[in-house]
Design a binder for this molecule. Sequence first.
Ligand code: TMP
Ligand code: ASP
Length: 240
Amino acid sequence: MIKLSELYSGKAKTVFKTDDPEKLIMEFRDSLTAFDGKKKSEAPKKGYYNAQIAAKLLTLLEDKGIKTHYDSMMSDTEMIVDAVEIIKIEVIVRNIAAGSLVKKYPFKTGQKINPPILVFDYKSDEHGDPMINDDIALALGLATRPELLEIRKLALLINSILVDYLDAKNILLPDFKLEFGRRKGTIVLADEISCDTCRFWDKATGESLDKDVFRFDKGDLVAAYREVARRIVPEIFELT
Ligand code: TMP
Ligand code: ASP
């Protein structure tokens, strides 16, 4: 596969066209931002750890029968994915109260949420990713009603698979963000699942092992990402 011109560059990943119109390359960079890009930094190897974690989790979901855009890794930081039409909804699933949920509503950090809360945000930096409901999503033409139902069903299924998998690695999953796309008439999981898009807490200590380390200056971001990689992709450490 040949990497061609850049299609789109986001805050932490760059997407490239390839010589196959059905495939794209998603490159995980070492840059990171928070608070709608207001806080910015670079962290060496962060792109590598996130790419490896995302590849592992997307493969896990594929193995459990969830359709994803994942194809294969082209290099340590470059993922080959199916070209999909991205649905402009950020799907957030919450199992334990944290972050903006605690800021906006009378939940206490660490409070268990069962059944999980599922929230849709409109994926638009310009509008500050506001929370939307089904009526707003339909009125904006972001998705159809059957698609919203399918997204909800898939997000909850993905949540239960990830919670069980991570629990065995001594990682709690308070919340995370998913994006979906359309491909050949079906809804597929797109984007990434990584330390940038999930809250991961150490099960024993409650310590953050995700982008909150950067958002709230909690310590060494790369050490936190490396620790998640060590637990879920140990094979990449055995090589060195
Ligand atoms: P929040 O508590 O800040 O609303 O974040 C909820 C989850 O969504 C958390 O796991 C981080 C993830 N997230 C993203 O992936 N991208 C974003 O832009 C934001 C705000 C959160
Ligand atoms: N991804 C968003 C940003 O950069 C927000 C966040 O993750 O906190 O700005």
